[in-house]
Design a protein. Structure first.
Length: 280
């Protein structure tokens, strides 16, 4: 039995990606046009109706190595999230210790973070004013994950680090208010086919990365934790150097508009922090 405080599921439309013609490399410019809010890209999206299951009360059934994501309750000591300098000084160190504790990792290096605040009616999405993402994606391709190790770690350490298991994780949590408006949904890795994904060059003003676009597959099983509070977080696996099928390698995810959201609900605010996670 469900109630409005803990629904069994919600039905909505998610945006999936349509790959460009074969042989054409997909690309996406991160910086949006300040007037239209649109970004230069050569692939398109399509909306598909999906049911998203609320797993509150069943969180223990979903783990990083089986499904690619894992929910935890762990209040942050830093709660203001007022500016990047404060976040780096106060939130980074506690996040490093938290990821080590939750994963058993020997070393964790944080390389970026994004604060998102939904602004209804505002099409802009400039670097300092990020809005929730509204398309299914994976944050890093396998080759981009290796490139991240080269980019962020001392060159002398890289060969040894790449011999052992490493991952890229996204630690996501709501800030200031519960994420009832525009929540985050994650896709069970076990329901994703390799053919559902295609690489996308992610182009910044000063660098390039590579993400994965996600094509529609009716077998996908989408999950969310209804009413996630700032005391709750989800670890999302973006990449794993183990790619033999024995563990989840990545997690498609996206923000979404929940049609059951009550009028007047505070707009979603969240922070995501990306980490290189190394194991001895």
């Amino acid at each position: 039995m469900s109630d409005s405080a803990n629904p069994l599921s919600t039905q909505t439309k998610l945006k999936y990606s349509l790959a460009p013609p074969k042989g054409v490399r997909a690309y996406f410019h991160v910086e949006a046009d300040p007037i239209t809010g649109k970004r230069d890209t050569n692939y398109s999206q399509e909306e598909r109706e999906v049911v998203i299951e609320n797993i509150r009360g069943k969180e223990d059934s979903y783990t990083l190595d089986t499904t690619g994501f894992q929910y935890y309750k762990h209040p942050a000591k830093h709660t203001s999230f007022a500016n990047d300098e404060e976040i780096i000084r106060e939130y980074y160190p506690e996040s490093i210790e938290l990821i080590k504790k939750l994963t058993g990792a020997s070393q964790v290096v944080l390389f970026d973070h994004t604060v998102r605040r939904r602004r209804p009616g505002d099409k802009g999405d400039s670097p300092g004013r990020r809005q929730p993402v509204d398309g299914a994606h994976v944050d890093q391709s396998a080759s981009a994950a290796v490139a991240r190790v080269h980019r962020h770690m001392p060159a002398a350490e890289v060969p040894n680090l790449l011999k052992k298991r490493f991952q890229i994780m996204n630690l996501w949590r709501p800030i200031h208010n519960a994420a009832i408006d525009w929540p985050l949904t994650v896709c069970d890795y076990r329901t994703v086919d390799p053919d559902d994904l295609f690489p996308v060059a992610r182009i910044y003003e000063d660098s390039k990365g590579e993400t994965l676009g996600v094509k529609y597959n009716p077998n996908h099983k989408w999950k969310y934790l209804y009413g996630m509070t700032p005391d709750e977080l989800v670890l999302i696996k973006c990449a794993d150097s183990i790619r033999d099928g024995s563990v989840a390698s990545f997690t498609p995810h996206t923000g979404f508009e929940d049609p059951s959201t009550p009028a007047g609900t505070p707009a979603r605010q969240s922070i995501e922090i990306r980490a290189l996670v190394f194991y001895d």
